[in-house]
Each structure stands twice: as C-alpha cells, then as structure tokens.
Design a protein around this ligand. Structure first.
Ligand code: AMP
Ligand code: MG
Length: 338
C-alpha cells in the first residue's frame, strides 16, 4: 500500500487523481480514518463495500467540503439542517436527509435518504476540494473491528486490499461522527459521537433518541442500519462494568479472571494488580473517546483474551463511548455492587 505522508500539494493532487479514477483511498478525518471513493460512481463505491467486507444494507456517509455541494445531494434542505450546519459544520456531525436522484442506490443501501457530513480535517477537506467530488467514506477498518484512528491501524486492516493511505496523524475525536436524522417530524439522534445530544438540543430543541443507541436492537429495519451489528470489537472478549472506582478496583483485584486486562481510568491504574490499559482521566470524556479504539487495537496486538472495561458516565461524549463499548462487548454489561 502506498503511504502519503508529507501533506504536500503534490500528494493531495495524486490522491485526488486516484479518487477521480474510481479508486479507493484511506484518508484522515477528525473522527476516524475514512475509506473514501467517489460517491457518485457506483463501481467505485462497490469497492468500499468489498474492501471492508461491509454488509450491503449498511449505507455510507457522503463527505463534502462546501455547503453548496449539499444542494445537489438532497431533495430539500430544511431550516433545521441549515441551523445545524451553521452550528457544527465543518465538524463531526452527519445529517440524514431525503436524497436526490444523483446519489446511487449503493450509497444509501437502496433507501430514500442520504447521510452527509462536512469534515473539518484540513487533509480531508483539501482532498475533497482537489478532486471536486463528494466522497463516500465509512470507517477504514474491516467490518466489525475497531475503527482506525491512525494510518498504522488502516494498514493493519487494509494492506494488500486498497492502493493507498494518506497519513494525517492521529484522529482528534477518535470516534465516528454524530448522526442525526432530519427526515421525520422531530430530529432523531441515530448515533452519538463527538457532538453531544446537549449541544444538538441547544440548536434544534427536543430530539428523539433512537433506542438502538443504548440497547440491543436486532430488528430488520432499524433507522440507522449500522447499529444493528456487533461492532468495534477487538478479538478479546469484553465485559463492560458500571460502578465506582472503588468497586471496579475491588472487582479487578479479587474477582477478575487471572489473565484479564483492565481498561481503566488513569486514576485507578496504580491500584489494580492486573495488567491495565489506561483510557484517560475519569471525567475527561474527550480524552477517553480519543483513546478508546487505539486501546482496543493495542489489546489485540498483545493477544489479550479478556478485557474488563470500566464505563465512564454517559453524559456528553460519554454517551458515544458507552454506545461503542456496549457493541465491543456484544452487550455483556454488568452493574458492580457499591
Ligand atoms: P461508518 O461510516 O462506518 O461510520 O457508518 C456510517 C453510519 O451512518 C452507519 O451507522 C449507517 O447506518 C449510518 N447511515 C448512513 N447513511 C444513513 C442513512 N441514509 N440513514 C440512516 N443512517 C445512515
Ligand atoms: Mg464503521
């Protein structure tokens, strides 16, 4: 796989040319690395599904660099979409809107809506502008594994499968975008991410929260199909634990399986007598989000078989961390006794 590393205009142009030719390239964004292809080219988009081994009923997010580009992708732009774009674009917010005819079925999984985002990462923006195309770009991992937050993670999953990756360093947010649907009467949160429900509600008022965010919803027709799969999972078996630091430390020291590893807050690390992966300070949800996927991949590298993860509070970005962790744990979660 070719690696673009220097972020020069020549490299941006070279990647843009690959995309114009219908190739798939991994690019950095502020959320996670994306596996990008021309969203208007059905054959190119099919290569994304093949590279990821992604089920065809899981639609893709289309990435744009300028507000005008939204107009041709959707039937209409409701006032709430304008307000959200004013508040959060460019940034980690995806909006689901009624799609126009230019968007191929393969992008929307045959549905009549399209998900659109304007990333803030300078390299992502420069590439979209240089190729002059909207880019379909799901996370650049093999389907089911933790999303990549460095170019090395992309290489681990995609070596020999895609022609190139653009190395833009570590992704700042570290979790996928917040997805909000503006199709029904009321805005609906489909996936939590770096933009929190509280931030959204300040702009759109009260929102519906899709039940699949915090529960195991295995329906055929969930509103955000990506959420129905086991997801983000390392090879190790993960159990998610809720409770105080004291109860987590006690559990790890007295009840956890001998070779298990604690995915714990920095404050707990020195108190635990087993191997630890430090996820960040207990109340720093941005730091925890930034570290989560990299640590799940680190556990795989170390051939860890059992992880006990201490869940942060579900406030703010913590909701997005919880949403990823329960899927990484295949919904194995427990309350610790106080
Ligand atoms: P990924 O790009 O891998 O982070 O996943 C994209 C997420 O956006 C998945 O959860 C999809 O189900 C969701 N998504 C994409 N398009 C739509 C759409 N038209 N309606 C609802 N959810 C969507
Ligand atoms: Mg993904």
């Amino acid at each position: 796989m070719k690696t673009f590393l220097y972020q020069t205009n020549e490299e941006i142009t070279a990647v843009a040319r690959l995309l114009q030719e219908g190739q798939v390239v991994a690019i950095p964004t502020e959320t996670v690395y994306g596996l990008a292809a021309n969203a208007l080219d059905e054959q190119a988009v099919r290569k994304i599904f093949a590279a990821k081994n992604r089920p065809a009923d899981n639609p893709l997010i289309v990435h744009i660099a300028k507000r005008e580009e939204l107009t041709s992708l959707v039937k209409e732009i409701p006032p709430m979409a304008r307000a959200l774009a004013d508040a959060f674009w460019p940034g980690p917010l995806t909006m689901v809107l009624p799609r126009s005819a230019v968007v191929p079925d393969v992008v929307t999984a045959g549905g009549d809506t399209v998900a659109v985002r304007m990333p803030s990462h300078p390299v992502a923006r420069a590439i979209i502008e240089a190729c002059g195309l909207p880019l379909a770009a799901p996370s650049a991992n093999r389907s089911g594994s933790p999303s990549p937050t460095t170019a090395a993670h992309v290489m681990a999953d995609m070596e020999g499968i895609i022609p190139a990756v653009f190395d833009g360093g570590e992704c700042q947010v570290g979790l996928e975008s917040t997805v909000v649907s503006l199709v029904g009467d009321k805005p609906r949160l489909l996936r939590p991410g770096g933009i929190t429900p509280e931030q959204l509600e300040r702009v759109v008022g009260e929102m519906d929260i899709d039940p699949s965010i915090t529960a195991n919803v295995h329906l055929d027709k969930v509103s955000s199909p990506g959420m129905k799969y086991k997801h983000y999972a390392p090879k190790a078996q993960v159990t998610l634990l809720h409770g105080s630091c004291q109860s987590f430390v006690d559990f790890m020291n007295h009840h956890a399986e001998p070779d298990s590893v604690a995915l714990c807050f920095d404050e707990e690390a020195s108190l635990i007598n087993k191997q630890v992966l430090r996820i960040g300070h207990e109340h720093d949800h941005d730091e925890i989000a930034h570290n989560l996927f990299a640590l799940l991949r680190e556990a795989d590298k170390q051939n860890v078989t059992r992880i006990y993860a201490h869940c942060p509070s579900r406030q703010g970005v913590g909701l997005a961390v919880y949403n990823r962790l329960i899927r990484a744990a295949a919904f194995d979660e427990r309350e610790l006794e106080a």
